[in-house]
Structures are given as structure tokens and as C-alpha cells.
Design a protein around this ligand. Structure first.
Ligand SMILES: [Zn+2]
Length: 256
């Protein structure tokens, strides 16, 4: 039974992966991500129902568009698989069980949290910017989960007051910074992302995430041939955060 559950989680993950690539492509262009039909970026042909199945449609069509036969970048396949495996790993790490309601709620909330990170990471990797709209959607979902936990009595509203103060400071800062140069604006975006991580994962997790990210940036600086290239710090924060979540869950649920 558990294996069946994990297969379902993997397939859901590949569907989300397909949505992430669409979101990463469309959000910076201010295009709609929910209503507008998917289309081939080369011939603009609308994709049919069966073209929308992640992984399978790619393999079945041999990595080509059904209509213009143009090659589809394998990036899509890789991202869909990666997303499927991440969902699977997260579910295994939380010991997701169909018979435990709390475990289903927690794992779902975690997967939604991670989905927002995926989209932020994707856009940051391409454009080196963190889209405010995505972060705001993330905050909203986070608040809903916190309210749910407070109603159940699992969590205390007052511990979040400090984050609220921090968020207000950030909002003020980002409005003052309108006149600032673009580079400094990116630091404020990173602070928004940091707050998003701290609220859901807590400060210990965030410290580990930051340490890993600093190591990444250091290696990037040493190895990169283009010293002046902007580093997608948000991308590293997101990826490292997901890694730390999986590792710490495995430690808590399997080893300690
Ligand atoms: Zn096409």
C-alpha cells in the first residue's frame, strides 16, 4: 500500500514539475499561468490533452513537438523527473502514511512550500531576480497553514509576531529602496526569501541553509570564469533549503 502511495506522489511531482517549467517561463513575461492553454514555444500550436502528461509525452514523442517536429529541450524532462523525485524523497523523509491525517496535512503543506521554492529558484536561475508575486503567494499559503496549526493548538500565534515586525520593516525598506540601484534591490528580495524560509522551517534550518549557500557562492566565485557575473543567490538558498529539509526529516524520523 505504501508503495502505491509513493508512486502516486512521484507522478503528482512530475505534474507539478511540468507546471513549474511553465510558471518559470511565463511569470517573468507577466503571462497568465492558470487559464491560458499550454503551447509549443516554437510553433505556438496549442498542446493537446496527451501532450500535457509529463515525462511520458516527452518519451512517447521522442523529445519532439508533435506538430512542428522541433526538438524540445531535454531540460523539461529533467526538471519533471527532478520534481517527481523531490516529491518522493520528501514523502519518504516525513514517513508519509495514508492512515495518519496529520502526516498527510504536514507533508502536503511541505510540498506546497517546496513548490513555491522551485518556482523562485527557476526564475532566479534564469533572470537573477526573485519575483515578488511568487513570494507573496508563498506568504499567503504559509499564513493559512499557521492559522490552521494555531486553531489546532499546535502552535502559538505570538511566536510569529517577530516575523510580522520583520516583514513590515522589509516592506518599508523595499519602498524606500525604489530609488536604489537594481543590485541593492536584489538583497531585499533575498531578505524576503529568507523570511519565507524562516517562518516555515525555523531559524536552525535557515542557518544550515545559509552556511551551505555561502559555501556554494565561494565555490562559484573561485571556479567562475566570469567574475562579474551576478550570482543567483536565491536559487542556491532554495535548493539548499530543500536539501536540509529532507536531510533533517530523515535524521528525525529514521535515525535519532
Ligand atoms: Zn511545435
Amino acid at each position: 500500500m505504501e508503495i502505491f502511495l509513493y508512486v502516486v506522489i512521484f507522478i503528482i511531482g512530475t505534474f507539478f514539475g511540468s507546471f513549474f517549467t511553465l510558471a518559470v517561463y511565463r511569470i517573468p513575461k507577466k503571462e497568465d499561468i492558470l487559464i491560458k492553454h499550454s503551447y509549443c514555444p516554437n510553433c505556438n500550436h496549442k498542446l493537446g490533452f496527451f501532450d500535457l502528461f509529463p515525462v511520458f509525452s516527452y518519451l512517447f514523442l521522442g523529445g519532439k513537438c508533435r506538430y512542428c517536429k522541433n526538438k524540445i529541450r531535454p531540460r523539461y524532462l529533467i526538471l519533471e523527473l527532478l520534481s517527481g523525485f523531490t516529491f518522493l524523497l520528501v514523502a519518504i523523509s516525513t514517513k508519509l502514511s495514508m492512515y495518519n491525517f496529520n502526516s498527510i496535512i504536514y507533508t502536503s503543506a511541505l510540498l506546497i512550500y517546496i513548490s513555491v521554492l522551485f518556482i523562485i529558484a527557476g526564475i532566479d536561475k534564469e533572470k537573477v531576480t526573485i519575483q515578488k508575486e511568487v513570494i507573496l503567494v508563498g506568504y499567503t499559503l504559509e499564513v493559512l497553514y499557521i492559522i490552521y496549526q494555531c486553531i489546532l493548538g499546535n502552535s502559538n500565534v505570538y511566536q510569529y509576531v517577530i516575523y510580522l515586525i520583520f516583514l513590515i520593516i522589509l516592506l518599508i525598506l523595499s519602498n524606500i529602496s525604489l530609488k536604489m540601484i537594481a543590485k541593492e534591490k536584489y538583497y531585499i528580495q533575498i531578505l524576503y526569501l529568507s523570511l519565507y524560509i524562516i517562518i516555515f522551517c525555523g531559524s536552525k534550518n535557515y542557518i544550515c541553509t545559509t552556511i551551505l549557500t555561502l559555501i556554494n557562492i565561494f565555490i562559484y566565485k573561485v571556479l567562475s570564469k566570469h567574475k562579474n557575473e551576478k550570482i543567483p543567490v536565491g536559487f542556491y538558498l532554495c535548493v539548499n533549503n530543500i536539501l536540509i529539509i529532507i536531510i533533517s526529516n530523515i535524521l528525525v524520523n529514521y535515525i535519532i
